[in-house]
Design a protein around this ligand. Sequence first.
Ligand code: MSP
Length: 555
Amino acid sequence: MTTAPGNPTDPTAPAPSGGGTFYVTTPIYYVNDKPHLGHVYTTMVADVVARYHRLRGDDTFFLTGVDEHAAKVSDKAAEHGKTPQEWADLNAEQFRATFEKLEMTNDDFVRTSSDHHKAKVTEYVKALIDSDDIYEGEYVGWYDAGQEEYVPENKAKDNDYKSEVNGKPLVKKSEKNYFFRLSKYVPALLEHFEANPEFVQPTARKNEIVNRIKEAKDVPISRTGSGGWGIPVPDDEEQTIYVWIDALFNYLTYVDTPDRRHYWQSGATHFIAKDILWFHASIWPALLMALQKCDGYDWVNLPKQVYSHSYWVSKAKLDTGEEAVMKMGKSTGNFLDPETLNALVETFGLDALRYFLSTQGPLGTTDSEFSEDKYIEVYNSDLANTFGNSASRVSNMIGKYFDAKTPSRQDAKKTSELSQTVSLFSLEGFDVYFSVIDLADAAAKGLWVIGQVDGYIEAKRPFTLAKDPEKLPEVGTILYNCAEALRISSVLLWPFIPDKCETFWSRIGCDYAEQMKANGGKGKIDEWVQWGQLQPGTPIEKGDALFPRYQPPKK
Ligand code: MSP
């Protein structure tokens, strides 16, 4: 299997900034219902990572969207007296509108009912039938209707023949099927895992998958009785392509055009949650290995990484009446819906939601519990008391002592404690944190710079010095340094809180947002974090508090 061009062999070794290509995806979500926080979360994480790559100057493609051909979509449609397509259209629109409202920067939005996707999937499956990696047979097994997946016998038994995800009984199902020769690809998959230790992240999840791959049997890739809801198996109208196969292919179909193929070849990064890791870490790469051998598909390589996060959890009522902390989801009813998310955005602003989800979410192997108290605490401590407060303080002083114009430095060549620390350390670790998807630490880097500004102000006390008119040049230097460090922190924080950073940029006369726009969305982080770019004399606008402190109403 070819390695994607430009991939560092050591995933923690950041590639030089700019000039790279980056392709990032999210799962495509079932449209049986409206979106909830879980869906928003993965798309938000991918959005932050996509923005970071754009900021670096990488040619970036970010894909999210919806998975339509599931039986639960047609079942739900029937309950509502609609055709599956009508129901899918309604909910797909909800997903699209939610993501748009949350200012996700996806470059396209997948609809698996689109003609392009259907035609491409048909093409791939036909090629795989022709190469005999897909063949006809009969399947009997335990089926998890909620997850739309067959569960292997040993796993079903371990869970007392109940769904691992929602606890509902599994059903025994038998059907004539087309099968994919997954078993044939077991050695190649194991080799791939061995040679690419970063393929599945976090690493802790890998062993479980590797053990399961060792036992992998061929998998059914079609079903009957879907009432025509799905993509027909080529030359067999009675069977439709199993929704999971149809869905996995979206990552490829949407970039399988002459102008987008290079994104695929750069090595995709797939963000998913742990519930769907098996499909992404086994069946998906094996399908690609098989496809690569078919005529005309030698350009198809493997994704670079599958990053599987944990769950947002919250209290749910069990059928027994007891309460338990469970994965947030539709089937358990313990989810945050778009209205609740909107209310949070109304009160705290969109950037606060972005910041909270991306830094406090279940990125590693531990689930996160959502609570409003925590949300308020993080908002006040990380946003209001840092960026918000520091920006107000510095712009107030510049307003008061320097007629709201960027002051000049006494000696531009002379370094200060602040300029030295910030120049040396602001980018340190930043790329590595992003390469290992440690978003909390990447954001903390931006906040760290602000902490330096606050410490510097406390040490230098410009507000005291300013009482002596002879010290004003010194005050000017101090405030120049503060504004400059805040500018640098805003560049680092932009992937997380883009709107407020852009407001701040416009207040200090930086045209980075315009530069990115003019340059196909690409930024110049390496250049923008260099010290000394604010021009003395540039007007500094004070404006409203970027993150006003939140006082919860008295209960
Ligand atoms: N349609 C399939 C995915 C096909 S991808 C080729 C599917 N859809 S889903 O609507 O069930 O979405 C699952 C995804 O939504 C998870 O993998 C995760 O990204 C996100 N989440 C849904 N609930 C979640 C939580 N409670 N917590 C975190 N993420 C959650 O599976």
